[in-house]
Design a protein. Structure first.
Length: 266
């Protein structure tokens, strides 16, 4: 059972494992008492990384037991489940299964996955490859597939989300990406929140995202909080930024706008 949230609303607030330029455990320790959840970042798959790829699972588990932290995971962003080459698709499936098995002792509530577009393929061929990959991955993972959360990136997410849900996967709604790329964020959240285990939120200013959540974005922040409350969302909302000062100011802004208004009613 997860420890109680630091804040009064029913979802847990999280941060990334890179808010200071240091290794993962240093960041995780720094976040104790600031947030409820740490998103463990894995931006490169082990087959493609030129850097050490180890993770101190025992240390993270001990930290969670002592502090009440929970964990989510960002799977590598170089996985290509829609590629034309079956070997590349299989490499991605193997990497997902490896990380799910390696990190299982931490009981992450979400493993976020980007499904990258393939510029050399027609959309229909790309979607067909994604469906083949997701169908196979679902069989490999069994019930654990529910923890894989397909994340929206720059393209309209409806067709991909629908395939993911069909095969028993969950979703990760990145509201910052929806804002950054001009999608109807309210409509996407309203349609897919029920299938989502994880949300990402971050500031979008001057066409750039992953910044601090500022007062200029206050209308969106307040409306998002209302939607989460009204849908009784009880997953994790990760503030996806990579700077401790930005995280601190964003937490203060969310406390100001969400605070009492997002406490669930009787």
């Amino acid at each position: 059972m997860m420890a109680a949230s630091l804040r009064p609303y029913p979802w847990r607030l999280g941060a990334t494992s890179f808010v200071v330029p240091a290794e993962l455990m240093t960041n995780a320790r720094l976040l104790v008492g600031r947030v409820d959840d740490v998103q463990l970042l894995f931006f490169e798959s082990v087959a493609r990384s030129r850097l050490p790829h180890g993770v101190d699972v025992d240390g993270l588990l001990a930290l969670a037991g002592a502090s009440g932290l929970s964990y989510t995971v960002h799977l590598p962003t170089d996985i290509r489940l829609g590629a034309a080459d079956p070997a590349l698709r299989q490499e991605g499936i193997d990497e997902i299964c490896r990380l799910v098995n390696t990190l299982a002792p931490l009981a992450p509530s979400a493993f976020d996955l980007h499904l990258l577009p393939e510029s050399a393929l027609a959309p229909a061929a790309w979607l067909a490859n994604l469906e083949r990959s997701l169908a196979f991955l679902a069989g490999e993972l069994g019930e654990a597939r529910e923890g894989i959360c397909i994340e929206n990136i720059d393209y309209p997410c409806g067709p991909v989300f629908d395939i993911a849900v069909q095969y028993g996967f969950s979703l990760c709604l990145d509201v910052g990406h929806l804002l950054r790329y001009g999608h109807d964020w309210r409509a996407v959240v309203a349609r897919y929140l029920g299938s989502s285990r994880h949300l990402h939120y971050h500031g979008v200013i001057g066409g750039r995202d992953h910044g601090a959540v500022a007062k200029e974005q206050g209308e969106v922040t307040a409306a998002l909080g209302d939607m989460l409350r009204d849908h009784r969302y009880d997953g994790v909302v990760t503030l996806e930024m990579y700077d401790l000062e930005q995280l601190t100011s964003s937490l203060a802004e969310l406390d100001r706008l969400w605070g009492a208004r997002c406490v669930p009613g009787p």
